[in-house]
Design a binder for this molecule. Structure first.
Ligand code: NAD
Length: 468
């Protein structure tokens, strides 16, 4: 244990490890505390990476099935759940092991244990063997992330109710799965279990999936999911009881209509809450705001000038890449650099099939803010590349400010949307106008052309799409 660390980072997820690595690269002495054997956090151990590994499998299964339509028929897939689980674990182990090595190469002191502030310059760490050690620090970055939210109605049924962590363990493929919540986690994991053979019913309390996304981007996913799953909107679970080895849920829909529904497992995906309890915030006089976030300034400094907060505990959106970005800002601020958190666009990606990605302002946000916009929509039915892949259901749209032509938002729905969206984010960050994007030569035939053509659409003349 170092006598005093210049930068103590509490939490080793994409926020915490990015902060620790950046601080070490800036020449600071860094201690990183997390209770896992290696850095990685929720994202690598039980979030982004395992879910994307399983979503890749879901896509393989679906593509093999759909190949029938173009004359290629495979037999019914045999799924070896044990092997699939091992594969997922291998991916996680390789990546987290790699992060451990990167931490050692940077001479970061990694302490495995649970940390709790005991005063404004000391963190007490309880290690797995029960021993405790104090880490004195000059500056601290809190990056403790978030935990799944639950619902009161689910209490007492924990053995049959999954959160995302349990669902990603892949213990079994339930015959009937009830998914509660149609946000990121709900639609991604519903897609995984649908592909693995579960009968999936999804209930969502709002009128549609993915409440933050523009409805025209969500529509292709909605159509595909409807092909296999039952989707109930403006509906929630109001009561639960045991029925044999499973559950009998009472669902209440629009106008109070109730329905009984039997399922073998229930997945709760109703959001996540910042993890600020149990880390000794009271001992240092920090208190979360009403939404549970720690208030921070542009350098991610809390009210205490030497303690910073980043990632899911520092505000929306709760996304790994936003946390990593904040981590680097906080490390640079500690090193005395004039850095500030001031993004114009943060991309969001839902890794379903089709993928849905958006960045900057959505069309509904722009409208709500009273910005007069011009929207260029390019349906993938007009893209040669999409046609060759049999994916005419996609859509790319560019939202430009009418007065200036400046690109303020980009949205994409289709395979690879998560990869394509980066160009939109760069365009917004660089202050590009629609014409900049339209006059950038894009390779043919690729899906990236849909971005160029959507920008042409803003200008009123897309080559492959004739719109009035
Ligand atoms: P979310 O906020 O995305 O979605 C929760 C959904 O549950 C909402 O649509 C909400 O209306 C609904 N809901 C709430 N209470 C309900 C109820 N009683 N009955 C029915 N529906 C109800 O949250 P999530 O999907 O749990 O994901 C948590 C966080 O994890 C998100 O903030 C997201 O940023 C992050 N995440 C990101 C990705 C990604 O980037 N691809 C993937 C997974 C999770």
């Amino acid at each position: 244990m170092p006598s005093e660390t210049q930068v103590l980072v509490l939490g080793g997820g994409p926020g915490g490890y990015a902060a620790a690595f950046a601080a070490a690269d800036l020449g600071l002495a860094v201690t990183l505390v997390d209770d896992a054997p290696n850095p990685g956090g929720v994202c690598l151990y039980r979030g982004c990476i395992p879910s994307k590994t399983l979503l890749h499998v879901a896509r393989l299964l679906r593509e093999a099935e759909e190949a029938r339509e173009i004359g290629i028929a495979f037999g019914k897939p045999r799924i070896d759940l044990g092997k699939l689980r091992d594969h997922k674990q291998d991916v996680v182990q390789k990546l987290t092991g790699g992060l451990g090595q990167l931490a050692r190469q940077r001479k970061i002191t990694y302490v495995q244990g649970r940390g709790r502030f005991i005063d404004a310059h000391t963190l007490a760490v309880r290690k797995a063997d029960g021993s405790e050690a104090d880490v004195p620090f000059g500056n601290a970055i809190i990056a403790t992330g978030s935990l799944p939210r639950s619902l009161d109605v689910l209490t007492g049924f924990e053995d049959l109710v999954w959160d995302s962590t349990a669902a990603l363990e892949l213990r079994e493929v339930p015959k009937r799965l009830l998914v509660v919540g149609g946000g990121y986690i709900g639609v991604e994991l519903a897609s995984v279990y649908l592909a693995l053979g579960s009968e999936v019913t999804l209930v969502e309390v709002t009128p549609g999936l993915l409440p933050g996304a523009d409805p025209d981007l969500v529509r292709p996913l909605l159509q595909r999911l409807r092909g296999g799953a039952r989707l109930l909107f403006e509906t929630s679970v109001v009561a639960l009881e045991r029925q044999g080895d499973g559950l009998l849920a009472t669902l209440r829909g629009k106008d109070g209509k109730e329905e009984s529904f039997s399922c073998d497992r229930l997945l709760a995906s109703v959001g996540r809450a910042p993890q600020t309890a149990g880390i000794g915030l009271e001992a240092i006089g920090l208190r979360p705001d009403r939404q549970g976030f720690l208030p921070v300034d542009a350098q991610r400094r809390t009210r205490l000038g030497h303690i910073y907060a980043i990632g899911d505990i520092a505000g929306q959106p709760m996304l790994a890449h936003k946390a990593s970005y904040e981590g680097r800002i906080a490390a640079e601020a500690i090193a005395g650099l004039p850095s500030a958190y001031d993004p114009r666009a943060i991309p969001a990606v839902v890794f379903t099939d089709p993928e849905i990605a958006w960045t900057g302002l959505s069309e509904q946000e722009a409208t709500a803010q009273g910005i007069e916009v011009q929207v260029g929509r390019f349906p993938w039915a007009a893209s040669g590349r999409a046609a060759s892949m049999g994916r005419a259901d996609g859509l790319t749209k560019i939202i430009a400010e009418r007065a200036t032509g400046r690109v303020i938002g980009v949205g994409i729905s289709g395979p690879g949307a998560g990869e394509l969206i980066a160009e939109g984010t760069l365009a917004i960050e660089m202050g590009a106008v629609a014409e900049d994007v339209a006059r950038t030569i894009h390779p043919h035939p690729t899906l990236s052309e849909t971005i160029m053509e959507a920008a042409e659409g803003v200008l009123g003349h897309a080559t492959h799409y004739y719109g009035r």
